[in-house]
Write a protein that binds this ligand. Structure first.
Ligand code: FAD
Ligand code: DHB
Length: 393
């Protein structure tokens, strides 16, 4: 058994773990990242695409924004479409929020930049680790055990950061009676296609359609990302990419349908939608970050951005502790992060409830259309959407 020591053991090498690791490393705070998958596997995951201003600022602070500045697409608005007559309204979020922008830059690309920075510095990381387990986090000497390339390791540390996503081991290691879980499952999912075809619009489009929500997004001027609301009973194997393009064009208004360029799918998947929060998100010397602590449905594009904000907040608390010797930031991590998390949970739940086909009730659909119409034509309504979309301070 090999014993190692570090200040912060980070379980999980997604955006939350890598951002936290790099923020700490840049300030000279020793940390070790442990993931149970390989770097290639991690880079193959296709997920988020839209970064809030605050996430962009964190990437800049990390000094790894060069490719994002060059290849990312700065967005100042998005379009909402609704109703049988395909009404539409652009929400000029930059104008409505005193200049805040969104950056379209794929999570895959961001992860590539974060991994490159981690690999280029002398910080220790373990990939393809097995049996990763946090221990003794209610004591002053927490540790993480794992096996790597057949060798057993004990990593002794001051703090453990659980950044291992919704299905990870960190949250599951906490005794059930120590947390309260708030959860809402939705009876539908998102069927997503990534394809090397020019996007139908140069800004993101959210469409309410009587047969289910449509989202037109992108990764670049030559790579599109589309999503269709589907029932949870749908099986991926029943969806050819041709069937996807036909259904997408059927739901979109004619002028956009005509602009859809079809092509082979680089990736096609069905993601279930879920709202989930566990409270608190600190257990002794174990902190939970990102999807390990909370999940939002993707309508509103908040998940990755929340993970980045958690990492920034915990890193600030740890810097305060190691550099100034007081633990105020760490003590407030859970309550302060949860305030922000619940606001994003509310917005994501609300946007999901507003734009998706919830059931067969014609009345509920009328209520949705009326609410969208009201929001679209009210400056206050537009501002509410805009300030939540770009991210609340
Ligand atoms: P993850 O990315 O899940 O990383 C967790 C890491 O922990 C992984 O590398 C995993 O291998 C590792 N791990 C898991 N278990 C263990 C273990 N037992 N031991 C060690 N390591 C472990 N968010 C946005 O902000 N904007 C968007 O536009 C957006 N769009 C989305 C679209 C879709 C279709 C989906 C599915 C999600 C979207 N999200 C979006 C959400 C976003 O992708 C997630 O919120 C984000 O990945 C969370 O990052 P994380 O680091 O917390 O977790
Ligand atoms: C994506 C874009 C969004 O606006 C959103 O809410 C979810 C996902 C995307 O590009 O993947």
């Amino acid at each position: 058994m090999k014993t190692l020591k570090t200040k912060v053991a980070i379980i999980g090498s997604g955006p939350a773990g890598l951002i936290l690791g790099q923020l700490l490393h840049n300030q000279g705070i020793d940390n070790v990242v442990i993931d149970n998958k390989s770097q290639d596997y991690i880079l193959g995951r296709i997920r988020a695409g839209v970064l809030e201003q605050s996430t962009v600022d964190i990437i800049r602070e990390l000094g790894i924004s060069e490719r994002m500045e060059r290849e990312g697409l700065v967005h100042n608005g998005f379009t909402m479409i609704w109703g049988d007559d395909y009404q539409r309204q652009r929400i000029p979020f930059t104008e409505l929020t005193g200049g805040k922008v969104m950056m379209v830059y794929g999570q895959t690309e961001l992860t590539k930049d974060l991994l490159a920075a981690r690999n280029a510095c002398d910080a220790l990381s373990f990939y393809d680790a097995e049996d990763v387990t946090p221990h003794d986090f209610y004591s002053e000497s927490p540790r993480v055990s794992f096996t790597h390339q057949g060798e057993a390791y004990q990593l002794e540390c001051d703090y453990i950061a659980g950044c291992d996503g919704f299905h990870g081991v960190s949250r599951q290691s906490v005794p059930e009676q120590e947390m309260t879980v708030y959860e809402n499952a939705y009876p539908f999912g998102w069927l997503g296609v990534l394809a090397d075809v020019p996007p139908v619009s140069d800004e993101v489009v959210y469409q309410h359609h009587q047969d289910g929500y449509v989202l037109c997004s992108m990764r670049s001027s030559t790579r599109s990302r589309y999503y269709l609301q589907v029932s949870l009973d749908e099986k991926l194997e029943d969806w050819s990419v041709d069937r996807f393009w036909t259904e997408l064009k059927r739901r979109l208004p004619d002028d956009l349908a005509e602009k859809v360029v079809t092509g082979p799918a680089l990736e096609m998947s069905i993601a279930p939608l879920r709202s989930f929060v566990c409270e608190p998100i600190r257990f002794g010397n174990l902190f939970l970050l990102g999807d390990a602590a909370h999940i939002v449905p993707p309508t509103g594009a908040k998940g990755l951005n929340l993970a980045a904000s958690d990492a920034k907040q915990l890193s600030d608390g740890l810097l305060q502790f190691y550099n100034q010797g007081h633990s105020e930031g760490l003590d407030q991590y859970s309550s302060k992060a949860l305030e922000r998390i619940w606001k994003a949970e509310r917005f994501s739940w609300w946007m999901t409830s507003l734009f998706h086909k919830l059931d067969d009730s014609a009345f509920r659909q009328k209520m949705q259309l009326s609410e969208i119409h009201y929001l679209a034509h009210s400056k206050a309504g537009q501002t509410t959407i805009a300030e939540n979309f770009v991210g609340l301070d």
